[in-house]
Design a protein. Structure first.
Length: 464
């Protein structure tokens, strides 16, 4: 049986309860019987899903929202010190718990799989959650995105496995003690928290060092950062290392990836035997995510052929090349990609799926710091599209940086030969894109901000 409510979390209050990571923890605690409360900046389907589980969700942040008898206040790294509920917690001497510590407490006593990497965490975690559920293992899981609807980013299961997305952005993944750790890739990102690749490597080394004695690291064999991390941790005597990828020396070797429209057929060589299965999302990088999930499940003792079949039941997660609809012969697809590597992977996947059709992209840069460091590479990635529209930077938690605008990306895209247009008024995008699109085209809305809201609006304009 899965553990109950961690000590001191019987009456938790979440500041920013509607966030992807926070809402998942809140959901699991509510399902375990905790009296959950929290606040968020705006109303959302996620807030409604939490209320349906018995949670109290306030809209807006105010000191009065924090109950005097709250057993703890849960925060993420995005919560600022002057948040009125956080200030009130200090006045009442209520313990403040970071989201990662709360998640670590939920995993105690279970066989944890922690999925890390600069890209692909949500997809790989989702594939494992779906596959293990399909095999009736009833796992608990916490994912950074919804599988098929609001509130489906996490669940409390009665099985002994807990699958968690492990976030490196603020080093919080160092809090976990997994039986299996997955590292999909290691690249420089989150520039507000990491100044160099050395700092990134040190952070990942600490994460890998927390794997329980006798546990397993599943790590990519083809990606340069992952290869370097493998070199650094190979001497850990208590760690089993399993590599996967297309490299000849990979322990789980990807023999072939065959595109099948918006799906792929993957053949791997495992323990000298060939195994073929279907991945219901397009692109080589998603195929590699599936192989990482396969290797992790095998490390827990689950038969590979059972896992392979179950992974084929995964049909996608919101915002990861999610088909939003088709009108007048134009398909509109949504992508969360916001780092150049992710953008390139998704654009290559869609280029393969498009065949001879045109690929039109609506891109919204995410964070001033990321644009400052990687704007040139973002622009170069957009050259893979037939035409792109670039919005202003979505600031999220950041304040503007003088001189850093979307023009940095647009200039780099034009230099790379891309057909790119700047649009500063987001409300005009549906009309602009509907005017560009022709039957057979694929339209991709791309970015980690609110660009996702434009897909349905574009479909509405296409229908009219």
């Amino acid at each position: 049986m899965a553990p109950g409510i961690p000590a001191a979390m019987e009456r938790p209050h979440f500041i920013g309860i509607g966030g992807a990571g926070m809402s998942g923890i809140a959901k699991i605690l509510a399902q375990r019987g905790a009296k959950v409360a929290g606040s968020d900046a705006k109303e959302s389907p996620t807030a409604e899903a939490l209320r349906a589980l018995g949670a109290t969700v306030h809209i807006g942040h105010a000191a009065a929202h924090l109950a005097d008898d709250a057993s703890c206040v849960v925060v993420s790294s995005a919560i600022r010190a002057d948040n009125p509920e956080l200030v009130r917690a200090a006045e009442l001497s209520i313990p403040v718990v970071h989201r990662s510590d709360a998640l670590a407490a939920l995993m105690e006593g279970l066989r944890a799989i922690a999925v890390a990497g600069t890209h692909g965490k949500t997809t790989t975690t989702s594939m494992l959650a779906v596959a293990l559920s399909e095999l009736s293992l009833d796992p608990s899981y916490a994912i950074g995105g919804d599988l098929e609807g609001p509130g489906t980013n996490a669940t409390h299961g009665e099985g002994d496995i807990f699958v968690a997305e492990a976030d490196e952005s603020d080093r919080s993944f160092q809090k976990y003690d997994p039986e299996v750790a997955i590292v999909l890739n290691v690249e420089l990102d989150h520039h507000a928290n990491y100044a160099s690749m050395d700092e990134i490597y040190e952070s990942f080394e600490t994460f890998v060092g927390k794997v329980v004695p006798g546990g397993t690291l599943v790590i990519a064999a083809d990606q340069a950062g992952a290869v370097e991390l493998t070199r650094r941790v190979r001497d850990l005597s208590t760690l089993n290392v399993v590599t996967y990828g297309e490299s000849e020396g990979a322990d789980v070797r990807v023999h072939k990836v065959t595109p099948r429209g918006l799906t792929s057929e993957v053949t791997v060589v495992l323990n000298g035997k060939y195994l073929t299965f279907t991945v219901s999302v397009p692109g080589r990088h998603y195929a590699h995510n599936a192989v990482a999930a396969l290797a992790a499940g095998v490390a827990l003792g689950i038969p590979a052929h059972n896992l392979a079949s179950a992974i084929g039941k995964y049909t996608g997660v919101k915002r990861r090349l999610q088909l939003k609809g088709e009108v007048a012969g134009v398909q509109v697809i949504d992508s969360y990609a916001h780092h150049p590597t992710e953008m390139t992977a998704d654009l290559e996947a869609m280029r393969g799926a498009a065949a001879d059709a045109r690929l039109l992209v609506v891109f919204q840069p995410h964070l001033f710091s990321r644009t400052q460091e990687l704007g040139t590479e973002m622009g170069q990635a957009l050259a893979l599209a037939d035409a792109s529209v670039v919005l202003d930077i979505y600031p999220a938690r950041e304040d503007p940086i003088p001189g850093i605008t979307s023009a940095l990306i647009i200039d780099a895209a034009k230099t790379a030969g891309a057909d790119v247009t700047a649009v500063h008024d987001k409300t005009t995008i549906p009309e602009v894109v509907a005017g560009m699109a022709k039957p057979g085209d694929l339209v991709l809305t791309m970015g980690a901000g609110d660009v996702t809201d434009l897909g349905p609006q574009i479909l509405d304009h296409l229908s009219s």
